[in-house]
Design a protein around this ligand. Structure first.
Ligand code: AP5
Length: 220
């Protein structure tokens, strides 16, 4: 099953994508995580991402699509994937449809998490990410263990992302409104869009997404 988790920066896509991927037994494909890994490796490609990500701008489509196609062709993604942070432009949405069609697949649903700007800024301010395994926490809403170590892998490398500073978050949100929100109309026109209130607790949002996925599955 191929599902897109959609929403503004900090809406909870990564948190929910991890849970949904585990539930469906397919990988989470998070373009932002892949790009951060590339930056951390110091590669030439990673250096090209630096210029955009640190300023809250979208990375050009051609660079993203190269990364995405390579990831989607790996054996663990044969039965589907949860796309997190992709697609972010109409061109990326069209490219994803074409790529899935070449693999004999099509999207089952696009689940959009609706969250307003104030909540987004607060979520970004409190986010901590494990550099070792990618597990995400929030100092208030989803705190890491009191040991200061990651509850998932035990590493003591919980950090703030460089693009979570408030001015960068606001810039990311502007990019979302200008370039990513139009993708909603693309999916609405294809009957794939399902909207979920993303403002409740993590558990409440997980339940709402679960209900949407169950409904999509039984309608297939
Ligand atoms: P990316 O890493 O994809 O960031 P994003 O989409 O901006 O989303 P975030 O990771 O910030 O948030 P999220 O929605 O996953 O929320 P999370 O679950 O962490 O992209 C970063 C950059 O990479 C982009 O700016 C761009 O430059 C580039 N990029 C990536 N993909 C690209 C693409 N396809 N094309 C072009 N450029 C691309 O939750 C946030 C916080 O809230 C956490 O602390 C979490 O614990 C907490 N939280 C989660 N759910 C709840 C809840 N229900 N209640 C309270 N707190 C919650």
């Amino acid at each position: 099953m191929d599902v897109v988790l959609f929403g503004p920066p900090g809406a909870g896509k990564g948190t929910q994508a991890r849970l949904l991927a585990a539930r469906l037994g397919v990988p989470q494909i998070a373009t932002g995580d892949m790009m951060r890994a590339e930056r951390a490796s110091g590669s030439e490609l990673g250096r090209r991402f630096d210029a955009y990500m640190g300023r809250g701008l979208l990375v050009p489509d051609e660079l993203v699509l190269e990364l995405l196609e390579e990831r989607l062709r790996r054996p663990d993604a044969r039965a589907g994937a949860i796309f997190d942070g992709f697609p972010r432009t109409v061109a990326q949405a069209e490219a994803l449809d074409a790529l899935l069609a070449r693999l004999g697949r099509r999207l089952a649903a696009v689940v959009s998490l609706d969250v307003g700007l104030d909540a987004i800024v607060e979520r970004a301010a409190g986010r901590r990410v494990c550099e070792a395994c990618g597990q995400t926490y929030h100092v208030r809403y989803n705190p890491p263990p009191s040991t200061g170590r990651c509850g998932a892998c035990g590493a003591d490398r919980l950090v703030r992302r460089d693009d979570d500073a408030e001015p960068v978050v606001r810039r990311r949100y502007e990019e979302y409104v200008a370039k990513t929100e139009p993708v909603l109309a693309y999916y609405e026109a294809r009957g794939l869009l399902r909207r979920v209130d993303g403002t409740g607790s993590v558990d409440v949002v997980t339940r709402s997404i679960g209900e949407v996925i169950d409904a999509v599955r039984s309608a297939r």
